[in-house]
Design a binder for this molecule. Structure first.
Ligand SMILES: [Fe+2]
Ligand SMILES: [Fe+2]
Length: 473
């Protein structure tokens, strides 16, 4: 490093680190937009280089590191403010997506090196799950030796803490759905404000770590089906919404629509809802009223102003089906809304994977997806279904699988690489009890280049007496 820029205080150093992080984040965006020869790029690179040199000059090193949901420059956490958080978050998301934990800048770095790095970062070489290694190799190939990347290692202690937070929110949501349903039964105003706040927490948590909530959605409570089902449908709907890139506000609205999609069911007598035999025509007609009743309940308590029409439409048409063959039957055909289509997919998936009074048998996550695939283009929207599979994985969280070394495992995290949706993370089952190993099926054998382990088939947890949901509680 040639220049050492004077710095008067520790505060200045912090600000420089923050500026570096913000500049790094902006460059991720601008390199996606502009060609390497563009002036804007060169100007931003120059500013970034200046910041790199300043930090290097004072600390004789520069490492940008992510640890769970925090970003560090050297040993200091950079938090920023409400306004700068989106840019910090962008780095976190981009690095996690590529499984990069650290980027180290060495002495003698040039603007050309930085340029090469950013263009490789936004258009990474093929490297399977090991994005850090692919990036590091790409840099060497380009003759850039002053920047390198190291892999991201999630910290399991913090993961446990977040799991606790997810559990708290999950069970609080169930309690809240119960409360709202009770309000409906007692003809009392619905606690929609409270519901909105809680839904916002679910959305926030989901945006940080979808795996913890998707894991909890494997909890299928037969006795409290409606409440439990509502929260699971909310989680699956958010999984689709998040993949679609919906804004936080729209996600919160989708969360509410999905959480209350079946609120009208509380007016249906238990004898019908829990009837083990086939419903007769009259009973079936009563069941078919629940989407309309749900909307009416919300409107009746003058809460309409608080609820976006999107939410009401989502509740209204969640059984309408893509081809409008479902219910309520409409005199004038109306297309299903986006929320309605999303909730339909989430609803069908949860219903198929949960035991019901009239169907004790339950589909495995993979079999449920196969069955739903056949409905694509008929009752289910094919594009949104693909988005759903993309979000929950070809082997959804909670699937019990057999690996090619005969070990059994439970899928605990989706595949990171969309090209390998069939390579999630699994937690192996320790036959002697206790925790097994966490294995990333995207990992390759260094010698052969092939995948270390693969899924051979799905297994039925009941056959092996394995309570899958316990792994997520
Ligand atoms: Fe429903
Ligand atoms: Fe439902």
């Amino acid at each position: 490093m040639s220049k050492v820029v004077p710095m008067s205080s520790l505060e200045d150093l912090y600000q420089t680190r923050l500026n570096f992080v913000l500049r790094f984040s902006r460059l991720i965006r601008t390199t996606r937009v502009y060609d390497p020869g563009n002036e804007t790029i060169d100007r931003q690179l120059e500013e970034c280089l200046h910041l790199v040199q300043t930090i290097w000059g004072h600390e004789k090193r520069l490492c940008l590191r992510i640890l769970m949901d925090a970003i560090f420059v050297n040993e200091e956490r950079v938090t920023g403010s409400k306004d700068t958080y989106p840019r910090i978050k962008r780095i976190l998301e981009e690095m996690k997506e590529r499984m990069i934990g650290e980027v180290v800048f060495s002495e003698g770095i040039s603007r050309k090196d930085l340029k090469g790095f950013f263009y490789l970062f936004v258009d990474p070489p093929e490297g399977g799950a090991d994005g850090a290694r692919a990036l590091a190799d790409g840099l060497v190939k380009k003759g850039i030796y002053t920047i390198t990347a190291k892999p991201f290692h999630p910290i399991f202690v913090d993961e446990g803490l977040r799991k606790d937070e997810a559990k708290k929110i999950y069970f609080r949501s169930i309690a809240m759905v119960k409360e709202i349903c009770q309000n409906v039964l007692d003809n009392k105003p619905l606690a929609l404000r409270k519901a909105k706040r809680l839904t916002q927490s679910v959305v926030d948590l989901f945006r940080q770590d979808s795996f913890a909530l998707l894991g909890l959605s494997t909890v299928k409570n037969y006795d409290e089906y409606t409440y439990n089902h509502s929260v699971n449908v909310c989680i699956y709907s958010l999984a689709i919404g998040a993949k679609l890139g919906l804004s936080k506000k729209t996600l919160a609205e989708l969360g509410l629509a999905s959480l209350f999609h079946d609120v009208g069911k509380v007016k249906i007598p238990d004898a019908i809802l829990r009837k083990p035999d086939k419903l007769n025509r009259v009973e079936w007609e009563i069941v078919k009223l629940h989407p309309m009743v749900g909307v009416e309940e919300i409107i009746e308590y003058h809460q309409f102003a608080e609820v976006h029409p999107r939410i009401l439409f989502g509740i209204f048409d969640h059984h309408l089906s893509l081809d409008t063959s479902g219910y309520p039957s409409l005199k004038r055909k109306k297309k299903q809304t986006l929320f309605g289509k999303i909730v339909t997919i989430a609803d069908v998936y949860d219903a198929l994977t949960t035991p019901r009074c009239y169907r004790r048998g339950v589909y495995s996550p993979v079999d449920a997806l196969k069955l739903m695939w056949k409905e694509c283009g008929i009752t289910l929207d094919p594009t949104l279904f693909k988005v759903f599979v993309n979000a929950i994985g070809a082997y959804p969280i909670g699937s019990l699988v057999e690996l090619d070394n005969k070990e059994m495992g439970i899928v605990c995290e989706n595949a990171q690489n969309p090209k390998h949706l069939d390579r999630p993370k699994v937690l192996t089952i320790n036959p002697e009890g206790g925790n097994g190993l966490s294995i990333n099926l995207s990992e390759r054998d260094e010698r052969t280049g092939g995948f270390k382990r693969s899924i051979v088939r799905c297994l039925d947890p009941k056959k092996y007496d394995i309570a899958v949901q316990e792994r997520f509680l």
